[in-house]
Design a protein around this ligand. Structure first.
Ligand code: PLP
Length: 454
């Protein structure tokens, strides 16, 4: 009987995605057309997304079948392992049971290929030959480059300039899988050129890179756009993670009191937690935590309202927590957690009190990452170090309350391309950024001109 590692049989990946929208007491507010203020229809998204994904975006079906060609590719690394963190528990001196789902075993080293493969497949099915996208730290760009290579498609990636410079091997990884990667803002699009005209040394942001990729897709017949987080269909594709974890927790004879994920756009948190959130909505007692950086505190300090998904204001208005579409975050190491907005579904759950949000500074997160690596062996990506910090906070709280809890978190990626971040931490060069209140206030002014929710 294994006590540390819980593996499903090789065909143990679910054959359906789980759609939380089917079980919500009230649906989240709809995306709006910024011109009319009216809810958008599917036709508004048709120039940039294939119809199958648009259908999933608005679906109210509880279970959506995973096509066999997608399952075949996922089977390269799925089911992923679930571990009980016995060594880390001992190190923390806790009698809480800590489990983690490890998504770092995918070819790109994170949960992102779960949706990249599905998105490439549905594009290919509708005759699309080329996909344009943005990437922050390079995780998404490499995941989509991998997925496109599996289906013989082209991939163009606009990579946030600060990460393009600081994470060169992620770019090389994209190129290895045949992707083409440029630093954003770039000279390749109107949106990029407009930013560079005002600020030639712009470090870029996800909002700017999205504008570039959307423009690329909208202006080319052979190309569609793809997003690695935030949208309903992306969160949907990640639910294989939580469905597997549920089966594996059962093998461990356990059920989580607390489920934790780091949150940049919300997809790995949603992927792990939504199958459990279904039980919470049905009455089960459970705490679900979104862990985010204090330097980009979208859920903990951003406003809940309508905002654009991108800086150039080309996307529909999404109902979400936001720091404002022109927000440029401090250059923290968690490139994947630097987005100004948040998935509408996750925002809705935080707004309605189903999910709690917590923010942490990067040095306290890396402190946990090093302790984790020295006990469990795996070196976490910078993003899930925030989940680690949230887990430790839960452990400390349990100790104060004199209770033992079962905690499950998503170790959504490994950090083997992020050694520069660990290097900064060890050498004392890593700094913390507290977002000044003036910037939050400035964002409120930007958002005040946009529609409110409800
Ligand atoms: C992209 C990424 C994130 C942030 O995205 P979510 O949609 O919030 O999951 C977090 N961790 C890793 C390893 C990533 O690659």
């Amino acid at each position: 009987m294994p006590t540390r590692r819980f593996d499903l049989p090789s065909d143990g990946t679910p054959d359906h995605w789980y759609n939380l929208a089917a079980d919500l007491p009230a649906p989240p507010p709809p995306p709006l057309n910024p011109g009319t203020g009216e809810p958008i229809g599917p036709e508004a998204l048709a120039p940039i997304f294939p119809m199958a994904l648009i259908g999933q975006e608005v679906s109210a079906e509880r279970l959506i079948p995973i096509p066999d060609p997608v399952r075949d590719i996922l089977a390269m690394w799925r089911p992923t392992p679930l571990y009980r963190a016995e060594n880390w528990e001992r190190e923390l001196g806790t009698d809480c049971k800590i489990f983690y789902k490890y998504e770092g075993t995918s070819p790109a080293g994170s949960h992102k290929p779960n949706t990249a493969v599905a998105q490439a497949y549905f594009n290919k099915e509708e005759g699309v030959e080329r996909i344009a996208t943005e990437t922050g730290a390079g995780q998404w760009g490499s995941a989509l480059s991998f997925a496109c290579s599996q289906f013989g498609m082209e991939c163009k990636v606009y990579m946030v300039r600060v990460s393009y410079a600081s994470k060169p091997y992620r770019r090389t990884l994209m190129e290895t899988w045949g992707g083409a990667c440029v630093a954003s803002p770039s000279e390749d699009t109107n949106a990029g050129r407009a930013i560079l005209a005002v600020d030639p040394s712009s470090t870029g942001s996800l909002g700017i890179a999205i504008s570039e990729a959307v423009e690329d897709a909208a202006t080319r017949e052979d190309t569609k756009y793809s997003l690695g987080s935030v949208l309903n269909h992306v969160l949907l594709h990640q639910t294989v993670v939580g469905q597997e974890a549920k089966d594996q927790m059962e093998m461990a004879d356990a059920y989580p009191d607390v489920v934790v994920g780091c949150a940049g756009g919300g997809s790995n948190l949603a992927g792990l937690s939504f199958p459990f959130v279904a039980d919470k909505l049905a009455g089960r007692e459970m705490t679900v935590i979104a862990a985010e950086p204090a330097a980009c505190p979208t859920l903990t300090r951003g406003e809940y309202g309508y905002d654009f998904g991108d800086t150039a204001m080309t996307t529909p208005l999404l109902p979400m927590h936001s720091l404002g579409h022109d927000f440029i975050p401090a250059p923290i190491h968690s490139g994947g957690l630097r987005y100004h907005g948040m998935a509408p579904l996750v925002s809705h759950l935080v707004h309605t009190g189903v999910v709690d949000a917590r923010a942490y500074h990067q040095t306290e997160c890396f402190e946990e990452a090093v302790r984790f690596a020295r006990s469990e062996g795996i070196v976490p990506a910078p993003e899930p170090t925030h989940a680690l910090r949230a887990v430790v906070e839960q452990v400390e709280q349990a100790r104060r309350e004199g209770v033992s809890k079962t905690i499950l978190f998503n170790l959504c990626g490994h950090g083997y391309f992020d050694m520069a971040a660990y290097d900064d931490y060890f050498s004392g060069r890593m700094t913390d950024y507290e977002l000044p209140q003036e910037e939050i206030d400035a964002a409120s002014e930007v958002l005040a001109d946009l529609p409110r929710v409800g």
